[in-house]
Ligand binder design. Structure first.
Ligand code: PNS
Length: 159
């Protein structure tokens, strides 16, 4: 079984994330989506909500497993025998930090990082911008999957 992981905060998952996960799922037998638990940062969505949304929108791929993790990504990989991390690169500005993390992770356990160039349609896209635009009533329907759009609508009208 060839396994890879797509890690992130996914608060919430966007069409940009989904594009990378879908392309990884075509290349690997199993793709693990690892949702990072960040105790020092309260997200818009709880970890379980993020996981449910990711499960819903990746169900059609048939080979995606979604879990949370805390601590080091390399430990998540080691525990599951995952040799590769798949990351999207949106622009050159992503590269410096991603390269540092890839080199650090490789130095820690030998895990490889594969960079996939983001679909140019989503090169400006981030969860933070989606939340910002949605909060002020902007249209994000072309940027997130339908279940996420619904969840954003519900969450942002509650507050
Ligand atoms: O969606 P994000 O917030 O850009 O994802 C960042 C993430 C989760 C991929 C990165 O912060 C990470 O791998 N965190 C886990 C902690 C870790 O392993 N840190 C050392 C990296 S060299």
């Amino acid at each position: 079984m060839r396994r890879a992981v797509c890690p992130g905060s996914f608060d919430p998952i966007t069409n940009g994330h989904l594009d990378i996960i879908s392309r990884a799922s075509a290349l690997y037998d199993v793709v693990h989506v690892a949702v990072m638990i960040n105790q020092s940062k309260q997200g818009l969505f709880a970890i379980e909500e993020r996981i449910e949304l990711i499960r819903e929108v990746t169900a059609e791929f048939g080979n995606v497993e979604v879990e949370s993790f805390h601590g080091l990504l390399v430990d998540f990989c080691k525990e599951r025998d995952i040799p590769a991390i798949v990351k999207g690169l949106r622009a050159v500005s992503d590269f410096d930090y991603e390269l540092q993390m890839a080199q650090m992770n490789n130095g820690l356990t030998g895990v490889e990082t594969l960079f996939v160039p983001t679909n140019p349609t989503y090169s400006f896209l981030s969860s933070s911008l989606v939340k910002e635009v949605a909060k002020w009533g902007g249209d994000v329907s072309h940027l997130v999957p339908a279940p996420v759009l619904r969840a954003l609508g519900e969450r942002l009208t509650q507050d």
